[in-house]
Design a protein around this ligand. Structure first.
Ligand SMILES: [Zn+2]
Length: 111
């Protein structure tokens, strides 16, 4: 079901670097539906690098990579690390909480 053959999905990452922070879900750069999501995972407190997933819940394009994490990032307690794989199945199941969490972190960080 998941497709990792289009790098345009990485455009979702831009959503946290522009002025329009705090607006997840974002428009998917591939299919245009407002179902684009983002999640980071920090392995240990203080780690600068971790994992990143971007995905769309409509067309199922996704990307998973190691990356430098934003300073403000905190893992969401609800996400079970044991269930994280390169595919965002577990993340898609929790996308509403994830969107809410990112929007909240972004709002806090902007103050
Ligand atoms: Zn899409």
């Amino acid at each position: 079901m998941w497709k990792d053959n289009d790098d345009k999905i990485m455009g979702i990452l831009d959503s946290i670097e522009t002025q329009n922070k705090g607006c997840f879900p974002v428009v998917c750069p591939i299919c245009g539906e407002k179902d684009g999501h983002l999640y980071f995972h920090r392995n240990r407190d203080g780690d600068e690098k971790g994992s990143m997933w971007v995905w769309c819940g409509k067309c199922y394009h996704f990307a998973h990579a190691l990356c430098r994490l934003p300073k403000w990032w905190k893992n969401l307690d609800k996400i079970n690390f044991e269930e994280l794989t390169s595919y965002p199945n577990h993340l898609e199941e929790n996308k509403f909480c994830i969107d809410e969490w990112i929007n909240k972190l972004n709002a806090l960080y902007n103050h």
